[in-house]
Design a protein around this ligand. Structure first.
Ligand code: MN
Length: 452
């Protein structure tokens, strides 16, 4: 687990003035990594950058200007700018990304000789965020989606399995399915409503546009070095394979899911699209916000030994606020602000990310640099912490669904065409500078006409 160091120092400020506004997401204590280009540049010029205030620090330009020459950050910076993705840096492990973070912090902080040289090159190394197009930060070869909120699982289960809402295996293992990497898209990419097969309540089986489109507010993790096939990862070693985190919207077609999922699990209901926020907040940036793993209620089974580690129990959780908003077409036309649907926190997750990784690799499955792991819907115990519409629209007293009222008088049972779903995340702790994740947003476009 990453230790606290000078890069977390709350007294550290940046010469990029916008980074010192503590309401912002990207102070000098954050330094998330992404892949960007100027809008005016061709797609082939996508390269590694770091968010700082309202600017993007261009790592290739920093190298060209010699700002990292001869420092421990030079080699990892060269890996970061290799191939238009962050995969090579992820493969190099957390010591490399930590050296890069230390070097960038020296360049971006207020005071010091390195910062003075960087400031003299500001016009060359900074790109305004407003002129930047953010892409996928990694070539994502595999995407696994977990189910680790007991609150999400229990609410859904009370509708479908009222006698035993939480499946028997949930408290023994982090449940997951292998999802689809090919349709992971960065924030801002529009989502086409999927067509699919489902069974109407009266029994007719039909094909056409999904009627029950939902979002799932999740946290994603990018794998660092990973493991060779056949070589599991011990729980105490799992943090060495956690590069960093992003927001994930696991768009879900609930009507398709309900019909297709038995007995083998979700398939087309989940694979039409997955949106992620483009900035990866590193595990080291999140170090001040680590917290104890979920406290299991008395009577719950203890995890098996391969999923038990004292350090993971003490600090394997994260105190990270997660919010979901909706911006309907009507709100957009009237210039209204998005309406908040969800306010939850990652500390409510029953399993830690380290437990998910160790369980994932426990059978010898290989995890590779740039693989994406998502936590599952991050619902908490309270009503405001329901992190998808299929929980928000649930009336458990009558075991029926009713539309969610929005503040402008509209309501939503499920997502409609033109709706935009926006996620944000923010970590705050007394004595530290708060950091944010930026946005994960996606608008729902109409389904493609069929036959195609
Ligand atoms: Mn999911």
């Amino acid at each position: 687990v990453a230790a606290l160091n000078a890069t977390h120092d709350p007294a550290r400020r940046s010469w990029v003035e916008s980074a010192n506004d503590q309401r912002g997401d990207f102070p000098v204590q954050n330094l998330p990594l992404g892949v960007f280009r100027r809008r005016s540049e061709p797609a082939s010029s996508a390269r590694a950058g770091v968010a700082i205030g309202d600017q993007v620090l261009d790592l290739a330009a920093c190298l060209d200007a010699g700002l990292l020459a001869g420092t421990p950050a030079e080699m990892p910076a060269r890996l970061a700018v290799t191939g238009g993705t962050l995969n090579a840096l992820m493969a190099a492990g957390n010591r490399a990304s930590s050296a890069l973070r230390a070097g960038i912090s020296e360049l971006m902080r207020e005071g010091g000789e390195a910062a003075a040289r960087a400031r003299a090159e500001a016009a060359r190394i900074l790109v305004p965020m407003s002129e930047a197009e953010l892409g996928l930060p990694a070539a994502i070869n595999a995407f696994t989606d977990f189910l680790t909120s007991i609150h999400h699982t229990e609410r859904g289960g009370r509708m479908t399995r009222p006698d035993s809402p939480v499946p028997q295996n949930f408290r023994h293992l982090p449940i997951a399915y292998n999802s689809r990497a090919s349709t992971v898209v960065p924030s801002g990419h529009a989502i086409r409503r999927p067509n699919g097969q489902r069974r109407r309540p009266e029994g007719e089986v039909v094909f056409g546009p999904c009627d029950h489109l939902d979002f799932e507010l999740e946290l994603g993790l990018f794998i660092g070095p990973g493991n060779a096939m056949g070589e599991p990862i011990a729980l105490r070693a799992a943090p060495e394979h956690i590069f960093g985190y992003c927001l994930v919207n696991d768009w879900s077609a609930r009507d398709i899911q309900r019909w297709e999922s038995h007995p083998l699990g979700p398939f087309l209901a989940k694979s039409a699209a997955t949106s992620i926020s483009p900035w990866i907040v590193t595990a080291e940036a999140m170090a001040p916000f680590r917290t104890a793993a979920f406290a299991r209620p008395a009577g719950d089974p203890a995890p098996l030994p391969y999923l038990t580690d004292p350090t993971d129990q003490d600090e394997g959780g994260m105190d990270l606020g997660l919010d979901a908003f909706i911006l309907t077409a009507h709100m957009r036309e009237r210039g209204e602000a998005p309406a908040r649907l969800t306010a939850t926190n990652f500390r409510h997750m029953y399993w830690t990310f380290a437990q998910m990784l160790t369980h994932h690799a426990s059978n010898g499955c290989a995890l590779r640099p740039g693989d994406l792991i998502a936590s599952g819907t991050t619902s908490g115990p309270t009503d405001e912490a329901r992190a998808c519409l299929s929980e928000l629209n649930l009336d458990l007293s009558t075991r029926s669904r009713r539309p969610v009222a929005l503040p402008n008088g509209e309501s939503r049972l499920w997502l409609e065409d033109g709706d935009e779903v926006i996620f944000r995340a923010r970590a705050e702790r007394r004595g530290f500078v708060p950091i944010g994740f930026g946005e994960c947003r996606g608008r729902v476009d109409p389904a493609p006409a069929w036959p195609v």
